[in-house]
Design a protein around this ligand. Structure first.
Ligand SMILES: Nc1c(NC[C@H](O)[C@H](O)[C@H](O)CO)[nH]c(=O)[nH]c1=O
Ligand SMILES: CC(=O)[C@@H](O)COP(=O)(O)O
Length: 159
């Protein structure tokens, strides 16, 4: 099912593990801030709604999605966290650069999950148009940041 068939913001708190003890990191890309700030708000608000204390949510910023891998790596190595959420928005332009940035970011975050016992959640939109990104960061298809927060809480219980 594509995103079109579901609302990214919908979740059922009743089936979630306890979250009040969790420490969650969020690394946010500064590229396309009108998108990434909405993703961050969706993730932050959902974490708090599910019981994560606000003083246990730590935010770092990086210049672009390509830097998310390094930012998450440094956060995992320097802080005692239960999960990290990597937040970015890659929007296709005129050249093949989209493919390299999106692909490298996905591979880099996958590699972090292989190397470390702290789960890193892939909250990176990779869209052909700005409208697709808007639709998935609080628009008609919900907010992928909310989805990522739920995933972080679930994965933290496995780590
Ligand atoms: N075009 C987008 C970028 N490009 C920048 C790269 O992420 C990186 O910061 C640069 O190549 C220097 O290493 N980043 C995004 O997050 N979104 C884009 O649409
Ligand atoms: C994802 C990108 O790097 C892309 O937005 C850059 O745009 P362009 O391919 O036109 O240089």
């Amino acid at each position: 099912m594509a995103t079109k068939g579901k609302n990214l913001s919908e979740y059922d708190k009743s089936g979630l593990p306890p979250a009040n003890h969790l420490r969650i990191g969020l690394v946010v890309s500064e590229w396309n801030p009108e998108i990434t700030e909405n993703l961050y708000k969706g993730a932050y608000q959902t974490l708090v709604d599910c019981g994560v204390h606000e003083d246990r949510i730590i935010r770092w910023d990086v210049p672009g999605s390509f830097e998310l891998t390094f930012g998450c790596k440094k956060m995992i190595e320097s802080l005692d966290l239960d999960a990290v959420i990597a937040i970015g928005s890659v929007i296709r332009g005129e050249t093949k650069h989209f493919d390299f940035v999106a692909g490298a970011t996905a591979q880099g975050i996958k590699d972090l999950n292989v190397k470390y016992n702290t789960p890193t959640i892939f909250c990176v939109l990779t869209d052909d148009t700005l409208q697709q990104a808007i639709d998935r960061s609080g628009g008609v298809h919900g907010n992928k940041g909310a989805e990522a927060a739920i995933v972080a809480i679930k994965m933290a219980s496995l780590s």
